[in-house]
Design a protein around this ligand. Structure first.
Ligand code: FE2
Length: 316
């Protein structure tokens, strides 16, 4: 039996809102297993030789060190910005100080592979990709985001296609709550429909000329700020104040997020963590649109394919 993807009504809702909540996508038992796998990784990774790279979403000081830039085919650990004292010492045990783990869990961890591209959940993910119109869906990165108690950092409004850029944009995020995400522990919120009025304005790239680090390039002049086939609404280009809708969800919920959709999350100052797993897919090199055009992955993007040059196929 082929896997069930989305109903036509769910596809229509995703196309209209730019995101879609699918409760009970994973069982609570699977969530508990994935949480224990994650907690073991956090307990086991050695601090010795760790460069203490912190994860920041601030445009001015976005991370760009070698530990981050070579994490495309590894499982690496990035710290919360607020996990350090003014003198640079960790103020929490390392298990409670990591902001996120990335970016190759979907291949290197069998348990996370099982909810990405293998097994029956992988088959269902592939069916969802097909229902969303993907022709050659590729998983290009994966992360556990921990949103630690008391110090979990805020993520300002952004579009995922800025960080996972194809020309034209094609990214879609799969975001799965492993624990309940509430307003108290920093759930997501979404600017509903903003994917139809917000072009991708910049993309996150490696600096040129062999210089270490990352920067943002303006893409608004490149005429590649919109996915193919998107129906822009009539507020595009006008000064529009976005309203954000809270996305409180139970553990096990899958949230699909359009790459042009503005979304954000607040700090977690509560006593509860907010562990989630997310991976992103883009159109791959074998995809051709109806008019025979493809999608280009830029070799300046911060994230480059693993050895062999191919991102992971998401196929049923
Ligand atoms: Fe995001």
């Amino acid at each position: 039996m082929s896997a069930v993807g989305l109903t036509p009504a769910q596809v229509a809702q995703f196309n209209s809102d730019g995101y879609l909540l699918l409760p009970e996508y994973l069982s609570l038992e699977t969530c508990a297993d994935l949480l224990s796998v994650t907690r073991k990784m956090l307990a086991d990774f050695p601090l010795k030789d760790h460069p203490m790279t912190r994860f920041s979403t601030d445009e001015k000081d976005h991370i760009g060190d070698d530990y981050f830039l070579t994490s495309n085919d590894k499982i690496r650990f990035f710290f919360e910005e607020d996990a350090f004292s003014s003198s640079g010492e960790l103020t929490k045990p390392k298990e409670q100080a990591i902001n996120k783990i990335g970016h190759f869990l979907h291949v290197l961890s069998p348990e996370f592979a099982q909810i990405s591209y293998t097994g029956h959940i992988g088959a269902r993910n592939a069916a969802i990709a097909k229902d969303l119109g993907f022709r050659d869906p590729r998983i290009l990165q994966s992360m556990v985001i921990c949103k630690q108690p008391e110090i979990g950092g805020a993520v300002p409004p952004h579009q995922d296609s800025t960080f996972l850029y194809t020309d034209p944009p094609s990214a879609v995020g799969f975001w799965i709550a492993l624990e309940d995400a509430t307003v108290k522990n920093g759930c997501l919120s979404f600017a509903k429909g903003s994917h139809k009025r917000s072009p991708v304005k910049s993309r996150f790239v490696r600096k040129a000329n062999g210089e270490m680090g990352t920067t943002f390039l303006d893409v608004s002049e490149e005429n590649a700020a919109w996915p193919r086939g998107i129906e822009k609404d009539n507020t595009t280009g006008k000064n529009f104040t976005e309203n954000y809708t809270l996305g409180e969800v139970k553990a096990g919920t899958l949230v699909l997020i359009h790459g042009n959709l503005l979304h954000k999350s607040e700090r977690n100052l509560s006593e509860k963590s907010r562990f989630i797993y997310t991976f992103h897919m883009i159109e791959g090199p074998e995809a051709l649109s109806d008019d025979g055009l493809g999608w280009t992955y830029d070799d300046r993007n911060w994230l480059q394919p693993p050895a062999g040059g191919e991102f992971t196929k998401l196929a049923a």
